[in-house]
Design a protein around this ligand. Structure first.
Ligand SMILES: CC(C)(COP(=O)(O)OP(=O)(O)OC[C@H]1O[C@@H](n2cnc3c(N)ncnc32)[C@H](O)[C@@H]1OP(=O)(O)O)[C@@H](O)C(=O)NCCC(=O)NCCS
Length: 150
C-alpha cells in the first residue's frame, strides 16, 4: 500500500464490514466498539464517520460525535499492515477539517496513557492533555483527555 494511492472520504454502508474488522483488529474485545455504534453513527451523523480508501481498499477510519461546540473523536484506527505510513495523520487532519467546517470550536479525545504511538500523533498535531481520567478503560488503565482548539 502506497499512501499516495489513498484518500479520505465519507464512509458508506458497504464499508461497514471493513471498518468493523479494523476496529476488532485494533482494540481488545472489551474496548472495541460494537458494530451497532458504527451503524448508529452512519445513520444519524454520517459526516463524522470517515475512511481512508486506498484504491478501493479500506485501510482505516475515524469516527466522532458532536457535543455542543465540540467534536468528540471517539475512535480512530488504521489496519495493522498499513500503520506508520501517514494514514492515521491523514484521518485525524480530515476529521478536524470536517469539524471546523461545521463551525465547531474544538476536538476532544481520550487515549490510554500507555498508547505511545497515538499520543505521539496527537501531540504532534497540537493536542494538549486536559486532564487524567482514572480507570477509564476496562483493564483499569487511566486515560488522558486531550483537547485541541480548531
Ligand atoms: C494510532 C494510529 C491510528 C496511528 O496511525 P498510523 O497510520 O500508524 O500513524 P501515522 O503513520 O500517521 O503516524 C503519525 C505519528 O504517529 C507516531 N507514530 C507512528 N508510528 C509510531 C511508532 N511505531 N512509534 C512511535 N510513534 C509512532 C509518530 O508521531 C507519527 O508521526 P511521524 O511519522 O511524523 O513520526 C494507529 O497506530 C492505530 O490504528 N493504532 C491502534 C488503534 C489505536 O490505538 N487508536 C487510537 C486510540 S486513542
Amino acid at each position: 500500500m502506497n499512501p499516495v494511492d489513498c484518500m479520505v472520504r465519507s464512509a458508506r454502508w458497504e464499508d461497514l464490514s471493513n471498518i468493523i474488522s479494523i476496529e476488532e483488529q485494533s482494540f481488545p474485545p472489551e474496548e472495541a466498539f460494537p458494530p451497532w455504534i458504527f451503524t448508529n453513527i452512519l445513520t444519524l451523523n454520517p459526516e463524522l464517520l470517515i475512511v481512508v480508501d486506498c484504491k478501493g481498499s479500506i485501510e482505516g477510519y475515524a469516527m466522532g460525535v458532536v457535543e455542543g461546540d465540540t467534536c468528540h473523536l471517539i475512535s480512530i484506527a488504521v489496519a495493522p499492515s498499513s500503520r506508520g505510513k501517514g494514514l492515521g495523520r491523514m484521518l485525524l487532519k480530515s476529521f478536524e477539517s470536517i469539524c471546523k467546517g461545521r463551525g465547531l470550536a474544538k476536538v476532544v479525545l481520550e487515549v490510554k496513557v500507555g498508547n505511545i504511538i497515538a499520543l505521539n500523533l496527537y501531540k504532534s498535531e497540537g493536542y494538549k492533555v486536559e486532564r487524567i481520567l482514572p480507570g477509564y478503560y476496562p483493564d483499569g488503565s487511566n486515560a488522558y483527555r486531550m483537547i485541541k482548539r480548531i
